[in-house]
Design a protein around this ligand. Structure first.
Ligand code: HEC
Ligand code: HEC
Length: 262
């Protein structure tokens, strides 16, 4: 399956060509100049291995792993995530919509082209395999939700296998349990504000810290699997409507307090 027509790797390459063409358009190169594609791929890998202007101590691989698999604790898996999603997260760290001092410093030191190149580099990597685990409470919340609390199932947006759905809803399979729980905590305290429609803000506020921790363990162990269709839609330039996630909504979520005043 790897490398064949329609395989994730081939799809990533097609996407790479398309996105490179966009960058090439900005820098006045011929869009289908393959040497510039190769150079672009090399740039992404170089950033991952060197940390670019953020310095070698901040090379991505030191925390996210050589295969983009994450560190099993708080540094998430990057391998196989949507390139547009990754790029948007890098921008969100740089402009403060995601609060993390180290990622903030690192992303401020990357040029827009380096952010895109390193995003494509990780998007083209193969997803790592997962383990097993999780409680029954988490299993129920994940697949069924809780109608009494108005809590939609996580699976409705992130997929039954945690594989992610479309460009806006990232995979949860293979993410470290601690990272998943920490993100829910960040949303609950409005420290992560990169979610276009505030869906995760609402959801995180309906979950107890214990449930968030259990969901982290459960989501980390999901099997993942063939990524559902991904597209360029999650990229900042070409965000496309996705009724499940409100990806076409305003880029900044409005805090709950301001919503009530509307
Ligand atoms: C010192 C360790 C460290 C280094 C070096 C590092 N990261 Fe991170 N990265 C993290 C941690 C920790 C998080 C989770 C932060 C949070 O809780 O929001 C993160 C989050 C991310 C995310 C968000 C992923 C998601 O699923 O939303 C992206 C994308 C990312 N890093 C890319 C990079 C890139 C690209 C580089 C290199 C240029 C890099 N990181 C270097 C530790 C690091
Ligand atoms: C209505 C759709 C929707 C539902 C339901 C939903 N999510 Fe999300 N989730 C999203 C979107 C959209 C994002 C990406 C936000 C962004 O762009 O920063 C996301 C991101 C996340 C992330 C961050 C992943 C990363 O790589 O940083 C975690 C963790 C997460 N969701 C957990 C959950 C859990 C656990 C549930 C169930 C309790 C759930 N989500 C239910 C839409 C949803």
């Amino acid at each position: 399956m790897l490398g064949g027509a329609g395989s994730p790797r081939e799809m990533a390459r097609i996407k790479l060509l398309w996105m490179t063409a966009t960058v090439a358009g900005l820098t006045n190169c011929a869009p289908n100049d393959t040497t510039s594609v190769e150079r672009f791929v090399a740039t992404g890998e170089l950033v991952a291995l060197s940390g670019a202007a953020a310095g070698a101590a901040n090379a991505c691989f030191t925390c996210h792993g050589l295969r983009g698999e994450g560190d099993g604790a708080f540094s998430p898996r990057l391998a196989g995530l949507d390139a547009g999603y990754l790029e948007r997260q890098l921008i969100a760290y740089a402009d403060g919509r995601r609060d993390h001092p180290q990622m903030g410093y690192i992303t401020e030191n990357l040029t827009p082209l380096e952010r895109r190149a390193v995003s494509l580099h990780y998007a083209a990597m193969v997803e790592p395999p997962n383990g097993q685990g999780g409680s029954l409470v988490a299993q129920r919340l994940y697949h069924v939700g809780d109608t009494q609390r108005g809590l939609a199932s996580c699976a409705s947006c992130h997929g039954e296998r945690g594989e992610g759905i479309g460009p806006a809803n990232p995979p949860l399979a293979g993410q470290p349990a601690g990272y998943v729980a920490a993100q829910l905590d960040q949303w609950r305290h409005s420290k992560r504000r990169s979610d276009p429609d505030g869906a995760m803000l609402r959801i995180s506020q309906l979950l107890s810290p214990a449930e968030s921790a259990a969901l982290g363990v459960y989501a980390a162990a999901l099997p993942g699997g063939p990524p559902s269709p991904k597209s360029l839609g999650a990229s900042p330039e070409a965000r496309r409507g996705d009724p499940r996630s409100g990806a076409s909504g305003p880029p900044l979520h409005v805090p709950e307090s301001a919503r009530a005043a509307e």
